[in-house]
Design a protein around this ligand. Structure first.
Ligand SMILES: [Zn+2]
Length: 239
């Protein structure tokens, strides 16, 4: 958390609580970009992000957390699968697709469970859309017990860990046990920019094609090209 504070605001780390409504102009810990819009301290704690325009990947904490769970399980999964991977999905998009086991996983944030002020759609609209997506998947051959809606309403390690371990569909398919996953590492990876991770890996392994990188990081090729094009213009600080 600390790195999001500019030098002049550092005293606030000790003076303010995590729930503080006090606003600061944060700084990106990865590329040093100073945001010109203010953020509530509580929002930064909640999202673990300031949506840096220069290096943010737009991937949520929960999504990155789950990506790391799959990484540790050595399971190939498509994150944000393309229409090519799920031809019937259009115009909808799903969060994760396990082609081998024909599993779809939706990472449901708070707007799927509670009314959220900043969210454009109402709770009813979100729920209606969830239902349409689920029915569509089932109609197209995804078994009911392989359509997983994961409760990710809070971007917190303990919450997500519990949510995964108590999701009976997830456990039934992936058979993971609590001590088989390094949950702290899931948190660490969720705090990082996927774009920077991909970019750095490419620097260290120049022979990797975009396709190889997509496979390695379980993302689609668009994400890889975005990562490389965006981060090459960024002055990465001590990463
Ligand atoms: Zn940045």
């Amino acid at each position: 958390m600390i790195p999001f504070f500019q030098e002049k605001d550092k005293h606030l780390i000790y003076e303010c609580r995590r729930s503080s409504n006090k606003k600061i102009y944060p700084i990106c810990p990865y590329c040093g970009e100073k945001r010109n819009i203010s953020f509530k301290i509580s929002t930064i704690y909640r999202l673990h992000s300031i949506g840096c325009p220069k290096c943010s990947d737009g991937i949520s904490y929960s999504e990155k957390f789950l990506l790391e769970v799959f990484n540790q399980m050595n399971i190939q999964i498509s994150f944000h699968p393309t229409v090519k991977e799920i031809p019937w999905s259009k115009p909808h998009f799903y969060d994760f697709y396990d082609k081998k086991r024909k599993v779809i996983i939706e990472v449901n944030g708070i707007q799927h469970y509670e009314k959220v002020k900043i969210f454009a759609q109402s709770l009813e609209e979100v729920k209606r859309n969830d239902k349409i997506k689920k029915e569509k998947a089932i109609k197209n051959g995804i078994l009911k017990n392989k359509y997983i809606e994961l409760d990710c309403r809070y971007s917190k390690k303990e919450f997500l860990k519990k949510s995964i371990l108590t999701n009976f569909k997830f456990i039934d398919i992936y058979k993971i046990k609590e001590n088989e996953i390094d949950w702290e590492e899931c948190h660490n990876q969720a705090m990082k920019s996927m774009y920077i991770k991909i970019y750095k890996y490419k620097q260290e392994n120049p022979n990797y094609t975009n396709k190889d990188l997509a496979k390695k990081f379980n993302v689609n090729k668009d994400t890889v090209s975005k990562a490389i094009n965006m981060i090459k213009n960024v002055n990465l600080k001590n990463l």
